[in-house]
Design a binder for this molecule. Structure first.
Ligand SMILES: Nc1ncnc2c1ncn2[C@@H]1O[C@H](COP(=O)(O)OP(=O)(O)O)[C@@H](O)[C@H]1O
Ligand SMILES: [Mg+2]
Length: 500
């Protein structure tokens, strides 16, 4: 039984259903109604009200949202019916309509009927919030996508005479890559593949993923990261790397069968420029999972939609392509002022944050959340409570060994043979430097050498080191405060953090 069927059986008179997919939704509603022996009616502002099974017979309520509510209330003959009003949300602005809906609720209940507002966005006025059940119409299941894929494969082999070489496991791979697309989007991308490819095989998966990136980007707050970094590009942070490597297979069926729970999330707190964001990006490649970056700044900025709607959408999208990783960079930026939110934004930030932490704790789909933070003052204590994250790691300034490794990584990255540099000397002279600052010294050295038209030498880097005042020296107290905070609350990300 799906969520909608449960609510119809329970005689909910008012339901708000969120979906972009009207066609698939009406099909699904229609079979649910048939099962429950109810009549399905559909209303749009352009066509008025009609019986779903009889689309030719339209009434005269087009252009009039009030008239359709009147019609629904007055018709006794329409007991045991379901009325789906498409894109009705703009009319909820009208106080008369809102009142009318509440009146209608009683009559609908008496007649064992339900009214469903179908809309791609969630806009429920407060006076209706109590009476209205808000449901999401889930994106297509693997079975539905498989069905569409089968139809497509049949059509391309029979009609277009394209060569198809897709086995059953291959179909599963395609369906897995397509999770999170609506049925329309999936069919469109398949048609595109039929035009682009001469043979339909697993080679279409990159096209599907490209399409998915597009769609995720359109949401405005999530961004799809292609796996480019990997853990080899992260210097030091041994404890953290071990933790991550141990869990590389944690989202497989094998891990489930073994009885392992899915990892839930990780919070990386620490000094700026020491590899938190870098590590987060590397996890996607290490675990071979899609990585979605949630832009907390935009969630609360009001540039795109309401904050609540944004978080809801982001969570929905991430869940629909799970297993995946949701990366929240500099989480404190978005959450600043949760405590004072009641005074500043009538509680929106606090409320959205509450929804989010509840989701962190109770989420049932495998979405691994990796959050980073540079500041601790602004981190709400609730975030640190047990059950929210599996582990909190503290990322400190790199020690001597780690600095050497970071220098080697960045020399190699710029096609230099690190054995021709005195890495030990540079590392010895850069106490208190972050990874980002070490990288900058190498880049500075490269510029100097390029300018002087000679190969870069150790002295070029050393000169840049001497000219740099590391952030940790300018903000020594700040770093000290971070460290004492972390001592009790977090695990050191670095295996040798305490040596120096
Ligand atoms: N541990 C590290 N190993 C290798 N490179 C590092 C390391 N820490 C920082 N860097 C370099 O500095 C850049 C910025 O670091 P970043 O991960 O964004 O720091 P933050 O901890 O502030 O998120 C990285 O992209 C990388 O080039
Ligand atoms: Mg960062």
């Amino acid at each position: 039984m799906n969520e909608i069927e449960i609510h119809l059986r329970a005689r909910y008179p008012l339901i708000y259903l969120i979906s972009w997919e009207e066609t698939r939704l009406l099909e699904s509603l229609s079979s649910t109604c048939a099962l429950l022996e109810k009549d399905l009616y559909v209303w749009t502002v352009t066509d008025g009200l009609w019986r779903y099974s009889d689309p030719k017979e339209k009434d005269d309520t087009r252009n009039s949202p009030m008239a359709v509510l009147d019609a629904i209330c007055s018709l006794k003959a329409r007991a045991k019916s379901v009325f789906a009003l498409l894109d009705f949300h703009p009319y909820l602005d009208d106080p008369g309509i809102r009142r009318k809906l509440r009146d209608a609720a009683r009559k609908l209940k008496a007649g064992n009927s339900s009214l469903i507002l179908v809309s791609p966005v969630q806009i429920v006025p407060p006076e209706l919030a109590k009476e209205m059940a808000v449901l999401d119409f889930d994106l297509p299941s693997p079975d539905e996508l498989t069905g569409a894929l089968e139809q497509f494969l049949e059509a391309v082999t029979n009609k277009l005479r394209l060569k198809c070489s897709i086995t059953k496991p291959g179909m599963e791979k395609i369906v897995k890559a397509s999770m999170g697309l609506t049925l329309d989007e999936f069919e469109n991308v398949l048609s595109k593949c039929a035009i682009l490819h001469e043979e339909i095989d697993l080679g279409i998966i990159p096209d599907i993923i490209a399409e998915k990136k597009q769609i995720i980007r359109k949401s405005g707050i999530l961004e799809y990261y292609a796996p480019e970094e990997n853990l080899q590009q992260v210097g030091g942070l041994e404890n953290l790397k071990i933790w991550l490597k141990q869990r590389a297979e944690a989202f497989t069926q094998k891990a489930r069968d073994f009885g392992l729970p899915e990892p839930r999330g990780l919070l990386l707190v620490g000094v700026q420029g020491c590899g938190k964001s870098l590590t987060a990006k590397a996890v996607g490649a290490t675990w071979k999972l899609p990585l979605l970056r949630l832009d907390v700044g935009r969630v609360f900025s009001g540039i795109v939609g309401s904050s609540e709607e944004n978080v809801r959408m982001a969570v929905k999208t991430a869940e629909s392509i799970s297993p995946c990783i949701m990366w929240i960079d500099e989480i404190e930026k978005g959450l600043a002022g949760t405590a004072s939110s009641n005074y500043t934004d009538s509680g929106t930030t606090a409320r959205v944050f509450g929804t989010f932490t509840t989701w962190l704790q109770e989420k049932t789909r495998p979405v691994f959340v990796i959050a980073t933070a540079n500041e601790i003052q602004q981190l709400p204590p609730e975030l640190m409570r047990k059950g929210r994250f599996d582990e909190i790691f503290f990322v400190d300034l790199p020690n001597y060994e780690e600095r050497s490794e970071i220098l080697r990584i960045h020399l190699r990255k710029r096609n230099r043979d690190f054995t021709t540099f005195d890495v030990g000397r540079i590392a010895a002279e850069t106490e208190g430097f972050s990874g980002a600052e070490l990288e900058q010294c190498i880049i500075g050295g490269l510029y100097d050498a390029f300018d002087a038209q000679r190969p870069m030498a150790t002295t070029d880097i050393i000169r840049n080191v001497a000219e740099t005042v590391p952030l940790s020296r300018m903000m020594a107290e700040h770093v000290q405060a971070l460290r004492s905070w972390a001592l009790e609350r977090a695990r050191p990300a670095s295996a040798r953090a305490m040596e120096e």
